[in-house]
Each structure stands twice: as C-alpha cells, then as structure tokens.
Design a protein around this ligand. Structure first.
Ligand SMILES: [Zn+2]
Length: 157
C-alpha cells in the first residue's frame, strides 16, 4: 500500500515537473520570439538611412525575414531614397500611377516595385539580395545553416 502511494506520488511529481518545464520552455520561446522581432525591427530601422556600410548590411541579413526586407524597401521609398539599402540616391519623381490593368486577362499588375528604385540595376541588386534572405521563423534559426549573403555586383568574385 505504502509502495503504491509512493510511486503514484513520485509519478505525479514527475508529471508536474514536466509540466512546469514545458511551461518554462514555452515562456522562453515566447521571450525569444519577442527578442528576435525587436532585433529585426531595429535592423529595419537602421536600414532606412543613407551611407549604409556594405559589411554591416550583409551581416544583418541573417536576422530578418523577406517581409522585413520588403518593409525596408517600402519605407525607403516613402522617404524618397532608393529602395536598395546600399544606394544613396534620392528618388526624384515618384510616378503617381501605381497599377496597370490588363484587360485581356483581367488582372491588376502592381508596377510600383521597380519605381521604388533609382535604376533597374538597383532593382535587380535588391531582388537578388531579397531572394537570399531566409523565410523561416527568426526564433528558430539557431540550428539553421545561415547562407553567405552575396551582392549582385560581387556575384562572380
Ligand atoms: Zn539606387
């Protein structure tokens, strides 16, 4: 009798321990997620300037997602700076036309993307960078292989 009580007590203790642990892990995961998002937000903000150093730019890309990168391009465009973070050119005239409607296939095309850049070269360089940025959740990246980011202009070097 004593034996049964004792084992069931131990088993219930183990159970509650396990529950506590998973709750702790959950809290840790939430905390980690928060930290990662805050870090990504800071990186986005730091890319809204001119004179961004190449090495800094490349070193930060592993901590953001493609959608953060899109935010960077959009925000720079709003600030009238070329969307490609390594370009310091100002955008002079932003065309008011945003969409093109194809009547043949009834589709609306967003033609604003190219217009967020000072040149086709910057547009291409930016798309090239974006394609390398990971899309996995930021807080699950510890065990992921981080690619070596390359600039379009340095692709063949
Ligand atoms: Zn540019």
């Amino acid at each position: 009798m004593w034996y049964t009580t004792s084992t069931s007590l131990i088993s219930s203790m183990q159970k509650s321990n396990r529950n506590r642990l998973s709750e702790e892990q959950l809290l840790k995961a939430i905390q980690k997620k928060k930290e990662c998002n805050a870090k990504a937000q800071k990186i986005v903000e730091s890319f809204l300037e001119r004179n961004i150093a190449r090495d800094y730019f490349l070193s930060q890309l592993k901590d953001i997602n493609q959608c953060h990168y899109e935010d960077i391009v959009d925000e720079r465009h709003i600030l009238l700076i070329c969307g490609y973070p390594l370009c310091d050119n100002l955008l002079e005239k932003v065309p008011s036309k945003k969409y093109q409607i194809s009547t043949t296939i009834n589709k609306v095309y967003d033609i604003t993307d190219r217009k967020k850049f000072c040149s086709s070269q910057c547009f291409k360089a930016s798309e090239f960078i974006k394609s390398q940025i990971l899309v996995s959740p930021l807080w699950l990246r510890q065990n992921e292989q981080i690619p070596e980011f390359k600039l379009l202009e340095e692709k063949n070097t």
